[in-house]
Design a protein around this ligand. Structure first.
Ligand code: ADP
Ligand code: MG
Length: 788
């Protein structure tokens, strides 16, 4: 991996997942064939009109079929990329494809299974192993995790998941996400933890994880900074940034009656993805001068990865089954275009925003500070030793001790010892003063106070330098240095294995490239090789060639047709969206025209401006316009009032609450109650006769003894009788279903009356009975009202 400045193309690989259970159960045809050796994918048309229709063939840098292992992909395709990131290049991996084709599987894979781990966890292992084997280098690794959903950026590692971040641009460092949190990680375990936290946050924010993940883009960013002393004896820092992008599903989003929020989805949902497509088209189409990076958040953020300073790998994921054929073809065409993007990767050396540099400088500063502290201490002691000869005896004693100590300076590691000794000494002195009876009480107090103060000073100083050294330690621990277990035997073996794997991968790649070249040349040189012995032979060979070319022409023609079809579909889609938006706009205009005074509208229009940065309309703050007297001056107000008030109005205001004379709050806030439309409730008047009858009836009820058994049997009896009678009277009915008349609930046939039958007493209600009796069968009754 050299420090190349030359252009290199985006590497595109295709991966086809195996048939899943459902597809196998439904017996779907496999329409995709993968030629791993040649790096070709062929897709057959499942509804091909002619059986001889040629499959569509696409050639890529490499292709992986359903048997491919995660580790194969990593070693062949991703490892070289991560290696170059470790060298200081930028690298990006995109996973593109329809939902359910294995994008997340490729990027993340199955977390707890080393065999099925995806690129992200594999790269963790790779990076930290590399660092542990490095020598004379210092590394700083940090990770960020973000998501773009409906053109809003969410930091998946921040505590506040409701916050949306903004994109900013700086001339020196380019586009970045403002306030995006990043975590310095010291080991595989730590960075895995970061990933897990992000994944959890990703699912927390969404009600339907499947839908959410298929509509959002997740970007895991690893920044690796490495500092090394160069040949010029200067310390140089290289920064490599690895973007691992799990894109939203590429399928057409089903639009479901766009309204409100839905509309927002329908129009914004794949803005980033379609913008990505437009950027790719613009990049590969030599004529366009404008690359629409600014059209979406994703393309802006990953601008460097598309035609800029980065190495880029795109993994196109496809499914093998026939019902996905259209999406599969779209994906293949899309990624086929991406092959032609040219990047200009270079090593990022000594960038201004290297965190590692900041760390190193901070550590140096703290160390100097610590040094100064201990230096000052020494100086202080020396001064004391020189100048205070006439001090009292107790002090003299200590000075000697001090001197002894200074003769052999305290080694850095023994700092704690030093502090302990100092403290003990002060303690001892304090005790000596306490026990010294020769001193006057006042002196004693003074000396004691002094010692106390010294002890305090000492303690404070100790705390400060402890804080400093712990800070240094914490910062230093974040900087990783390798070479610790370089002699480790397993490490060596692993290294050899990895090297071999790398060689094999390289070999395979070369083989594939050669095959592709041979294939290509075959056609071109076919002609040159031939020398024709006879005219007939020439005709034969040329016919053969013609046939071949004709087939090719047909393939290209059908491809053109397909692309036209898909363009038409796309255009219809866009037109539909446009119609929806126009309708929405009309509604908004209607609302505006009806509810917003023209004057206000024009005021707002004058103040509004479009902020390209945030992609939204904003209002300028209201400013006083020069020379506009209306804005400049306010009418002189009466004291305490907002408006000038006449005496009359003031008086009137005090007298009665007339709206007309109110200076402030001219609205009456009490509710206007509507006029009444009902009368007061009046009790009904009951004639004495009726009252007596009622009372009689109620008394009766209390006295009635009910025997439920008797009652039901009796009523059933009545029911049977009548039922039979009924079927007899309407002969045809009885004939059709003999049981209907006597049915005990099973039949759904209605009795003649047209009322539904219920329960056991089905046949009781008939037209032969009085209305009161009918009522009693249909509705639950109180026990008291037994038919008489
Ligand atoms: P996407 O992220 O593209 O929507 P996923 O990665 O979630 O798709 O994959 C859908 C399903 O297919 C998952 O259950 C995954 O395990 C399975 N799958 C995808 N690719 C492969 C593969 N190469 N080998 C085995 N299983 C796969
Ligand atoms: Mg996914």
């Amino acid at each position: 991996m050299s420090k190349s400045k030359s252009a290199e193309t985006v590497k595109v690989v295709v991966r086809c997942r195996p048939m899943n259970e459902k597809e196998r159960a439904a017996n779907y045809e496999r329409v995709v064939t993968v030629d791993v050796k040649l790096g070709q994918v062929a897709v057959r048309n499942p509804r091909g009109s002619s059986p001889h229709e040629h499959p569509k063939v696409f050639t890529f840098d490499s292709v992986y079929d359903w048997n491919s292992k995660q580790v194969d992909l990593y070693d062949e395709t991703f490892r070289p990329l991560v290696d170059s990131v470790l060298l200081g290049f930028n690298g990006t991996i995109f996973a593109y494809g329809q939902t359910g084709t294995g994008k997340t599987y490729t990027m993340e894979g199955v977390r707890n299974d080393p065999e099925r781990r995806g690129v992200i966890p594999n790269s963790f292992e790779h990076i930290f192993t590399h660092i542990s084997r490095s020598q004379n280098q210092q590394y700083l690794v940090r990770a960020s995790y973000l998501e773009i959903y409906q053109e809003e950026i969410r930091d998946l590692l921040s505590k506040d998941q409701s916050r949306r971040l903004e994109l900013k641009e700086r001339p020196d460092t380019g586009v970045y996400v403002k306030d995006l949190s990043s975590f310095v990680t010291k080991s595989v375990r730590e960075i895995e933890h970061v990933m897990n936290v992000g994944n959890q946050n990703r699912s927390v924010g969404s009600t339907n994880m499947n839908e959410h993940s298929s509509r959002s883009h997740a970007i895991f960013v690893i920044t690796i900074e490495c500092s090394e002393t160069g040949l010029d004896e200067e310390c140089h820092i290289r920064v490599g940034k690895l973007n691992l992008v799990d894109l939203a599903g590429s399928e057409r989003q089903a639009k479901t009656g766009a309204q409100g929020e839905r509309l927002k989805e329908a129009t914004k949902i794949n803005l980033s993805l379609s913008a990505l497509g437009n950027v790719i088209s613009a990049l590969v189409d030599g004529r366009s001068t404008h690359i629409p990076y600014r059209d979406s958040k994703l393309t802006r953020l990953l601008q460097d990865s598309l035609g800029g300073n980065a190495r880029t790998v795109m993994v196109a994921n496809i499914g093998p089954a026939s019902y996905n054929v259209e999406e599969t073809l779209t994906t293949l065409r899309y990624s086929n275009r991406a092959k032609n993007i040219k990047n200009k990767p270079r090593i990022n050396e000594d960038p201004k925003d290297a965190l590692l540099r900041e760390f190193q400088e901070e550590i140096a500063r703290l160390k100097a500070q610590l040094e100064k502290k201990s230096g000052r201490r020494k100086k202080k002691r020396r001064r004391r030793r020189g100048g205070e000869a006439g001090d009292d005896g107790a002090d003299d004693g200590e000075e000697d001790e001090d001197e002894e100590e200074e003769e052999d300076p305290v080694p850095v590691g023994d700092k704690t010892d030093y502090w302990r000794v100092q403290q003990e000494k002060l303690e001892k002195e304090k005790n000596a003063i306490l026990e010294d009876h020769s001193l006057v009480a006042e002196d004693k107090l003074r000396l004691l106070k002094e010692k106390e103060r010294k002890m305090d000073d000492l303690r404070r100083e100790k705390e400060a330098s402890e804080l400093l050294s712990s800070k240094i330690k914490a910062m230093e621990s974040k900087l990783l240095v390798g070479g610790k277990n370089i002699v480790d035997h397993t490490n060596e073996q692993q290294k050899i294995i990895e090297l071999k794997r790398k060689e094999i991968a390289e070999q395979k790649r070369r083989e594939r490239e050669m095959q592709q070249q041979v294939e290509c040349q075959d056609e071109e040189t076919l002609e040159l090789k031939e020398t024709y012995s006879s005219l007939q032979q020439e005709v034969d060979i040329k016919t053969k060639k013609l046939k071949k070319l004709f087939a090719k022409l047909q393939a290209v023609k059908s491809e053109i047709q397909d692309i036209q079809d898909s363009h038409i579909k796309e255009r219809q889609d866009l037109e539909q969206t446009q119609n929806e938006l126009t309708r929405e706009l009309k509604l908004k205009t209607l609302i505006m025209e009806n509810f917003i005074p023209l004057e206000e509208k024009s005021k707002i229009e004058n103040r509004a401006f479009f902020d390209e940065e945030d992609d939204c309309w904003k209002l300028r703050p209201i400013t006083r316009i020069e020379n506009d007297q209306k804005m400049m001056t306010r009418p002189v107000s009466a004291v305490g009032y907002r408006r000038p008030l006449s005496q009359h109005a003031r008086l009137a205001m005090m007298m009665r609450p007339d709206v007309r004379f109110r200076a402030e709050n001219i609205l009456l806030l009490e509710l206007d109650m509507p006029g009444r439309t009902t009368k007061e409730y009046e009790e009904p008047v009951i004639a004495p006769k009726v009252a007596a009858a009622l009372e009689d009836a109620l008394r009766d009820e209390d006295e009635i003894q009910v025997d439920a058994r008797l009652y039901s049997a009796g009523s059933l009896g009545v029911g049977l009788g009548i039922g039979i009678g009924l079927s007899a009277s309407s002969g045809s009915l009885g004939a059709i279903s003999p049981g209907s008349g006597t049915s005990a609930g099973g039949s759904t046939k209605k009795p003649k009356s047209g009322r539904p039958k219920t329960g056991k007493k089905v046949s009781t209600p008939t037209s032969a009975h009085s209305p009161s009796a009918m009522g009693h069968s249909l509705y639950p009754q109180s026990r008291g009202l037994v038919p008489k």
